[in-house]
Design a protein around this ligand. Structure first.
Ligand code: HEM
Ligand SMILES: *[C@@H]1O[C@H](CO)[C@@H](O)[C@H](O)[C@H]1NC(C)=O
Length: 339
């Protein structure tokens, strides 16, 4: 919904214009939207409100990623799964409650595979101890994804993350199924799925590069990708058949690494894997299905720093999807429950 975001920006400009017209009378100052403003978000949003907020989150995430790099992968994925459903509003963090027994968290794309929730809890607890009721859970998710990217890339993916998101009060499992793309999607379906959220074909290709870290359950690509015919490299398919049961079930669903070459490093190896037909999902392989996206894959794979530069920008764009910056949200006390 580029429209929604543009509307928000337009709305903010309108408010700013109105405010500056009456500003002399009311005596309040509305800062102009800076170059880094993304849909009403601002770099350094907590500088005055909670000066150490970003450092605190980074400390918690750094320690967690050091202990388990997989949790860093989980945090990067969490931003995607939060933002594509109700916007980046921490709706993915809400636990089931009597009032809402089926939140996003319980939807199949999130349950049981999405991880990192305890890291968000720890980061939120630490920022609450410093500044009570100031830092939203949605911003903690965005900072955590940024910081996980930094640590997993050995600091090559370093960027500023605009903030000022509010937390939502609505979370609905069936809407996670409506908006999160399944691994069986082809190129046209992926492009359409990202377009709904205002993201371009290149954003989609670049963000898919996150599959250079973390893991997948066998059930996410078995049997479809291992059944013949498949474009998958035969020796890679052979290895995967050794790691996965022929019919995964909830009780027997092991995991495999997404990037067998550098499994815990956020780098451009993913694109080399796609080119070598050593990628897990149909969605990964489908990036080669058009000349334009195939060219992006080749550039991301071969030009040093190319993918990293684009990934930083695409993460900021992802983290601005349908954000709540007006009065339509709250700063949750506990990320797992609405206030
Ligand atoms: C393009 C469409 C996408 C599809 C179809 C897709 C699908 C999947 C699937 C099926 C898994 C494995 C889940 C499991 O079985 O455990 C996965 C894992 C992952 N995805 Fe995606 N994904 C997509 C885009 C993204 C984006 C945009 C990001 C973040 C920027 C992302 C980050 C990750 C990460 C880091 C993992 C590993 C998670 C972990 O180890 O816990 N994915 N994805
Ligand atoms: C959840 O979303 C679906 C559409 O995906 C809708 O039909 C349903 O009414 C929603 N449930 C609630 C409780 O809002």
């Amino acid at each position: 919904m580029a429209g929604l975001c543009a509307l928000l920006v337009a709305g903010a400009l309108f408010v700013a214009a109105t405010a500056s017209m009456v500003g002399g009378v009311a005596g309040f100052y509305v800062p102009p939207p800076g170059p880094a403003a993304a849909c009403g978000l601002k770099v350094g949003y907590y500088r005055d409100r909670c000066p150490h907020a970003e450092d605190i989150v980074r400390g918690v995430v750094g320690a967690a990623v050091l202990r388990d790099p997989g949790v860093g992968a989980g945090l990067i994925r969490m931003l995607f799964h939060d933002c594509f459903v109700e916007g980046c509003d921490a709706s993915v963090l809400l636990d089931p409650s009597p009032a809402n027994p089926q939140p996003e968290k319980l939807a199949p794309p999130n349950n049981p595979s999405l991880r990192g929730f305890e890291v968000i809890d720890a980061a939120k607890a630490a920022v609450e101890a410093a500044c009570q009721g100031v830092v939203s859970c949605a911003d903690v998710v965005a900072f955590a994804a940024r910081d996980a990217s930094f640590f997993l890339s050995n600091s090559r993916v370093a960027f500023q993350m605009p903030a000022g998101r509010l937390d939502g009060r609505y979370s609905n499992a069936s809407r996670a199924l409506d908006f999160l793309p399944p691994p069986t999607f082809n190129l046209a379906q992926l492009v359409a799925n990202f377009a709904v959220k205002g993201l371009s074909v290149e954003d989609m290709v670049v963000l898919s590069g996150a599959h250079t870290v973390g893991r997948s359950h066998c059930s996410s690509f078995v049997p479809d990708r291992l059944a013949a015919p498949s474009d998958i490299d035969p020796s890679f398919a052979f290895t995967l058949r050794g790691q996965c049961p022929a019919s995964p079930s909830p009780g027997n669903d092991p995991t495999v690494v997404q990037d067998a070459v550098t499994p815990n490093t956020l780098d451009s190896q993913y694109y080399k894997n796609v080119l070598a037909h050593r990628a897990l999902f149909t969605s990964d392989a489908s990036l080669l299905a058009s000349p334009a996206t195939a060219k992006m894959v080749v550039d991301n794979a071969n030009i040093p720093g190319w993918w990293e530069d684009r990934f930083k920008e695409a993460m900021v764009k992802l983290a601005a999807v349908e954000v709540k910056t007006g009065g339509n949200g709250e700063v949750r006390r506990n990320c797992r429950a609405v206030n």
